[in-house]
Design a protein around this ligand. Structure first.
Ligand code: MEV
Length: 434
């Protein structure tokens, strides 16, 4: 965990200064951050990782500040191409700090190995026979994953369900595997393959698919925050009004799947960016999140917001299967650095960090939608980067950005003109970009 995740004025600093401060706060060597430039997978490793490789594709690697979860500060890594997301999450995490930050808990890392059994004549007695052999089947599963068992994980329990109508003659056997610090896909698939044939014999049927389920609803994370109304206020609106709008926006998502989808997209902006930064499988996380969102037969929001007294309380619950060993982390130096930045020692801790950034992203989006609208913040950030591209530096960035927003002309030409005007007024203050 970081010494502090509060670094005021961070966005105004140069990349080099930011690296130095994050290295200091996370107790890491600044040289690791300097070396991360262009240090994704190299082309040779890429060529051994996937097929038909042409090159290596880079994305921005950034730091989410202000995050405080379970009483500890974390600087969360994000890899994302979308402007505003990192700033919005950092700003929301700062707002959440005013209520003490986030609190979170994670389930043990259980993932189901699914074995589909077909042509099962008598599902009832097949299920009984499998239950009677549970201990033996769990031992057979553990024998397929000795490394995980040695690390304290392994197969824990078996559950069996009938699928469809009796005419389908199909049952599914879910074996729950404790994956410890691994994401677990390979381990769990090995379990499914190891016990599939024996299950078919016991069920007097035929084995079908043997594969993990990405709907890991036994591996969930729950994050909450309690934000005092005053922390939500904007230049134009009081905090209580913003809180009311955010609760109404939450209800909108609870009642309308079309809104719930966008609401959840905002959450996944934060979650995915941490998942990608730390070399985890974001497709698995996405599939699990949206399947979980639809678990009640209708697509619903993963996070909801309610006013309680003078506070707005946000709660996010979602499945999150992340690993801190193996996979991409073995070969990707920046993914390893990103993980080290978090200070997480357990996969469940990393899941907590990713979900927390997800709830922060949702807080930011709902606050903006309940007050100024989303475009204003986006435009503000866009204007700032245009100002920097036009040569503004230091405090001039804000001045140039505000002026081009005021002019309604957020272009490089307009920004250059404003920079030139400022320079004419005070020749020592601004360096004009050529
Ligand atoms: C944009 O990437 C995400 C939002 O649309 C999320 C939301 O509407 O809640 C702003």
């Amino acid at each position: 965990m970081a010494r502090t995740s509060r670094i005021p004025g961070f966005f105004k600093l140069s990349v080099g200064e930011r690296r130095r401060l994050v290295a200091e706060a996370t107790h890491l060597d600044v040289r690791a951050f300097e070396a991360c430039e262009g240090r994704g997978l190299d082309v040779g490793t890429s060529d051994k990782t996937v097929e038909n490789v042409l090159g290596v594709y880079g994305l921005p690697f950034a730091a989410t500040l202000n995050v405080r979860v379970n009483g500890e500060d974390v600087i969360a890594p994000m890899v994302i191409e979308e402007p505003s997301v990192v700033a919005a999450a950092s700003n929301a995490a700062r707002i959440a700090r005013e209520g003490g930050g986030f609190t979170a808990e994670a389930d043990p890392p259980l993932v189901a190995a699914q074995v589909q059994l077909l042509d099962v004549e008598d599902a009832g007695s097949a299920i009984e026979r499998i239950r009677a052999r549970e201990k033996e089947l769990l031992a057979m599963a553990d024998a397929a994953i000795p490394g995980l068992v040695a690390r304290g994980g392994g197969a824990r329990s078996i559950e069996i369900r009938r699928l469809g109508t009796p005419a389908d003659r199909m049952i599914v056997v879910d074996t729950f595997v404790d994956c410890r610090d691994a994401m677990g896909a390979n381990l769990v698939n090995s379990v499914a393959e190891a016990i599939g044939d024996e299950l078919a014999v016991i069920a007097r049927g035929r084995v079908g698919f043997r594969i993990l389920s990405n709907l890991c609803d036994r591996r969930k994370v729950k994050v909450t925050c309690r934000v005092p109304f005053h922390a939500l206020k904007t230049d134009e609106m009081g905090g209580a009004d913003v809180a009311r709008g955010m609760e109404e926006g939450s209800r909108f998502a609870e009642l309308d799947p079309y809104r719930a989808c966008t609401h959840n997209k905002g959450i996944m902006n934060g979650v995915d960016a941490v998942v990608i930064a730390t070399g985890n499988d974001w497709r698995a996380v996405e599939a699990g999140a949206h399947a979980y969102a639809a678990r009640n037969g209708r697509y619903e929001p993963l996070a909801t917001w309610r006013r309680e007294g003078e506070e707005l309380v946000g709660t996010l619950e979602m499945p999150l299967a992340l690993g801190i060993v193996g996979g991409t982390l073995r070969v990707h130096p920046t993914a390893r650095l990103a993980l080290e930045m978090t200070g997480c020692r357990r996969a469940t801790d990393l899941a907590v960090v990713a979900a927390t950034v997800g709830l922060a992203s949702n807080l930011a989006a709902l606050r903006a939608l309940a007050s100024d609208g989303i475009q204003r913040g986006h435009m503000g950030l866009h204007a700032r980067s245009v100002a920097v591209a036009a040569g503004a530096n230091g405090d001039q960035v804000e001045k140039v950005a505000s002026r081009i927003i005021e002019l309604g002309d957020i272009t490089l030409d307009a920004a250059r003109k404003v920079v030139a005007e400022l320079r004419a007024a005070d020749p020592t203050s601004v360096a004009v970009a050529e």
